[in-house]
Write a protein that binds this ligand. Structure first.
Ligand SMILES: Cc1cc2nc3c(=O)[nH]c(=O)nc-3n(C[C@H](O)[C@H](O)[C@H](O)COP(=O)(O)OP(=O)(O)OC[C@H]3O[C@@H](n4cnc5c(N)ncnc54)[C@H](O)[C@@H]3O)c2cc1C
Length: 420
């Protein structure tokens, strides 16, 4: 059973979720926190990451907003990928002067560095790949690492991402499947693309029938004379092959990426060709059903992608992971001050976060159903795209991008006061 004196917590995984949780938990003096990361050093394979109001909120709470800079997404164009026709232009209201920070696209390494800077010295153990775990009833969880070392913490935070070994241990029947959707991603100096009309002038999505191309600045204008620019090519009908899980950040040739946009507008093909050979990375996305509970063994909390394999569907997964960690910290703080066991904190964490993920899965299902309906209703491709864009990108997503995690916690406390 979890003790009350100095409770040991092992966080497994040093992505945004694990790092955010390490920051939040290490502020609680009754915990002894250690983070175990399998990589031998900080590593971040992705290109850019979108951060909206929800991200700023949790980054502020973690004290990690400073240094997170990126390209503004104030002006976003949606285009037909074959003809280049502009179907929609959106001025992001979050980027208005009324808001001190708006939606940005940042280098992933920037977010990682900002979080790492706030994790207290000595907490992170690199080169620690978790290979086995078991419940020790009445004690903690036995964690065994690839180097044969072991620890028995009181509480474990499973922040080990999409292919979480901790999720597999808790929920043996839960299966992931390859979505058929892969992302090819790269960051290049903007100067390499600026000769191509309409490629670097705005954040843009160019939509095709079996894929799309996303283009965005990832650096603040003032940061560099030659800021970096992101190109992501999404391909929706990739073949599934055995061992597909290793397709995560692996190199892809220009020829391979180019073959996914063969019928697209020449400007896109030129942009892809302008990327130096060897720079593209491929990411195969996996998804799985929602877990009814994101805690287990009375001692483990799953956070981030480990708890909800949504395959990046909302472009906000890093924020969800950090929000999870912050809520877990508040729950542990509350139960500790009330003299309750940490197990109660895990229940509170689950009570707050599971319904939020349920809402996301519902939203995904509804969006999918609407897409099918649009296909039937709109035989004309631009009309279909327009309907898709309005729903997929801009419809009913405030519960994500404007989520105020501090208010979520305060609302929970209010419900507790009222129910007494
Ligand atoms: C194509 C794509 C685009 C996306 N775009 C966005 C976006 O714009 N904005 C956004 O917010 N999110 C985006 N996401 C989602 C986002 O990347 C993830 O949701 C986020 O990284 C999840 O954070 P995490 O900490 O839970 O997991 P991860 O970032 O996956 O981190 C897991 C960590 O655990 C470590 N680990 C794994 N197994 C073990 C083990 N056995 N032992 C020890 N360590 C281990 C890994 O090395 C890694 O460091 C996107 C995802 C995809 C696929």
């Amino acid at each position: 059973m979890v003790g009350q004196a100095l409770t040991s917590v092992a966080i497994v995984g040093g992505g945004p979720g694990g790092l955010g949780t390490a920051i939040a938990l290490s502020k609680l003096p009754f915990l002894r926190v250690t983070l175990y990361e399998k990589n031998p050093e900080p590593r971040e394979a992705g290109a850019g990451i979108s951060l909206s109001t929800n991200a700023w909120k949790v980054l502020d709470l973690l004290g990690a907003s400073d240094g997170v800079k990126g390209g503004s997404k104030s002006n976003t164009h949606q285009r037909n990928a074959y003809t280049g026709k502009v179907l929609s232009v959106v001025q992001n209201p979050e980027n208005s002067e009324a808001h001190h920070r708006g939606a940005i696209r940042a280098r992933r390494t920037r977010l990682q560095s900002a979080l790492l800077a706030k994790v207290p010295e000595g907490i992170i153990k690199y080169g620690k790949k978790l290979v086995f775990l078991e419940d020790l009833p009445g004690h903690g969880v036995r964690l065994v690492f690839e180097d044969d070392s072991e620890v028995i913490p009181d509480i474990v935070v499973g922040a080990d991402g999409l292919h979480s070994i901790i999720r597999k241990a808790l929920f043996k029947d839960h299966q992931l499947h390859f979505t058929g959707n892969s992302a090819f991603r790269v960051l290049v100096p903007r100067s390499k693309l600026s000769h191509i009309p309409d490629i670097t002038s705005t954040t843009a999505w160019w939509w095709g029938e079996a894929g799309h191309v996303y283009l965005s600045d990832v650096d603040d204008e003032d940061e560099s004379a030659d800021p970096l620019f992101e190109i992501t090519v999404r391909s929706y009908r990739e073949p599934d092959i055995p061992g597909k899980t290793v397709f995560w950040g692996i190199p892809a040739t220009n020829q391979k990426v180019g073959s996914r946009v063969e019928n697209f507008d020449q400007r896109l093909k030129d942009a892809i060709r302008a990327v130096p050979e060897g720079e593209w990375r491929e990411f195969a996305t996996f998804a799985g059903p929602r877990l009814d509970k994101i805690i287990g063994w009375d001692k483990i909390a799953l956070i981030g992608d480990a708890s909800h394999p949504l395959s990046g569907a909302f472009g906000s997964g890093a924020t969800f992971a950090m929000e999870d960690g912050w809520i877990l910290a508040r729950a542990l703080e509350l139960t500790h001050s009330a003299g309750l066991p940490a197990q109660e904190a895990l229940e509170i964490f689950d009570h707050i976060r599971s319904p939020y993920y349920a809402k996301m899965y519902r939203n995904l299902d509804e969006t999918k159903a609407k897409m099918q309906q649009f296909k039937v209703e709109n035989t004309e491709f631009d009309a279909f795209l327009k309907a898709k864009i309005d729903t997929f990108l801009y419809g009913d997503k405030d519960f994500i991008h404007k989520n105020d995690i501090e208010k979520v916690w305060k609302d929970y406390l209010l419900t507790q006061v009222r129910s007494k």
